[in-house]
Ligand binder design. Structure first.
Ligand SMILES: [Zn+2]
Length: 414
């Protein structure tokens, strides 16, 4: 693996589809098409067969000696003003893995296939992991058909312009016939590795997510005429619950976020009669996630009762924790150490296409550090030295996985 080529590709794409406001590669737009054309131009230099499947995912196939193939990839799409590394690090590291294997005198032990998933970000229609969930069979077509973008355009109509027939997207699943493993590299998008002073790490899996809206109902009342002891203040109950929920996150070593609250009537002269509070909780351990949710529910009820209010928790969305494959985690850990990092392995709070693959085939991810520890913004960055370690570790993980497949481990998926 030549890290210089990965960095050069990513910088060239950033020049092509970025600018002072950040990356502009929102899926199902002309600029996404331009990013894909750039990816194709790189793949055209290699002895690979390129195709696009029924869900709009792009595949590049390098045949190997043995049966089946290892999949490497990520996504070139971005949020509207995104960073230069989110998704692209995984895609262009995968291109380099193909290059490295294609440059060898011998064919790889088993095939190597690159994938660029369509619409990982969900930036236009709000449904992330579109292509990978279609491939994994978890995309509910009827739930996304009528999603509309800011201009009122329907998802089904827009994807049709890119030759994606929503009724057929699950045919993408056939791409996984013969798949032995899936490996994805990504930037961490958070502060953990920067805090540890480590360039890269292995990812244990993606955290399970529980999303709810807690509706606190009290009584709207005049801010001047209602003495403190006579109030049923839904905002005060929400504030108390939010602080208690923060402690739940600390206690379980998970993350709990109250991302916002909206009160009615929401004027300066009234006690809030009704407040809706947004709650997101994440953990890699399913038991801990369930406990965090139960404790959040208790905290809401406790706060409601102390303020003379009622509370109801409405379910918005959830996904269970998705652990990655132990054998591949072992390969990745060794690779990171050999590349100059440590044995550190952390869960991913954000979801990734790898979570969809992990449902079906042995999967692992590697993270490079993020510094500053932010993403989905033009400030997103990683020190070049850290990127080099991560790219090296990724190449070693791919090598170890190909060798393992050649040795008869990681059987091809039927
Ligand atoms: Zn991403």
């Amino acid at each position: 693996m030549d890290a210089d080529r990965v960095l050069a590709d990513m910088r060239e794409l950033a020049d092509l589809t970025g600018g002072p406001d950040g990356a502009r590669r929102v899926c199902w737009t002309d600029e996404w098409t331009r990013a894909r054309e750039f990816l194709r131009s790189r793949l055209d230099e290699l002895p690979v067969e390129v195709s696009v499947d029924a869900a709009g995912n792009l595949w590049a196939d390098l045949p190997g000696e043995g049966d089946g193939f290892v999949i490497v990839g990520s996504h070139v799409d971005s949020v509207p003003a995104g960073g230069w590394l989110d998704g692209t690090l995984g895609v262009f590291s995968a291109v380099e893995a193909l290059r490295a294997q294609a440059g060898d005198a011998e064919r790889p032990a088993v095939g190597l296939r690159l994938v660029d998933w369509a619409d990982e970000e969900g930036a236009r229609f709000g449904r992330s992991l579109f292509g990978s969930s279609a491939c994994a069979g978890t995309l509910e077509v009827d739930e996304v058909r009528d999603l509309r973008d800011r201009d009122g355009e329907r998802l089904e109509d827009v994807v049709a312009r890119y030759e994606v027939d929503l009724a057929r997207v699950h045919e993408s699943g056939a791409q996984l016939r013969g798949a032995r493993a899936y490996i994805e590299m990504h930037i961490e998008q958070g502060p953990v590795l920067e805090g540890l002073g480590e360039p890269a790490a292995t990812v244990l899996g993606t955290c399970g997510v529980e999303r709810h809206v807690a509706v606190f109902t009290g009584r709207a009342a005049h801010a001047g005429a209602t003495p403190m002891a006579h109030r049923r203040d839904s905002f005060a109950a929400t504030a108390q619950a939010a602080l208690a929920i923060r402690e739940i996150g600390f206690r379980h070593d998970g993350v709990c976020t109250v991302g916002g609250a909206t009160s009615e009537p929401g004027v300066v002269t009234a006690v809030a009669g009704r407040t809706e509070m947004l709650l997101d909780q994440r953990h890699l351990d399913p038991g801990a996630l369930a406990a965090m949710l139960a404790e959040a529910r208790d905290a809401c009820e406790q706060a409601a009762s102390e303020h003379g209010c009622e509370v109801e928790l409405k379910h918005l969305w959830s996904i269970p924790p998705i652990p990655f494959d132990d054998r591949l985690i072992g390969f990745a850990k060794r690779a990171v150490v050999e590349a100059g990092g440590k044995e550190t392995a952390i869960p991913s709070g954000p979801l990734h296409d790898a979570a969809e693959m992990a449902r079906l085939i042995p999967t692992v991810m590697l993270f490079s550090s993020s510094s500053p520890p932010v993403s989905h913004t033009k400030e997103e960055d990683t020190p070049e030295a850290d990127l080099r370690v991560a790219i090296d570790a990724y190449g070693r993980t791919v090598e170890a996985t190909l060798a393992s497949a050649a040795a008869g481990e990681l059987p091809p998926r039927e």
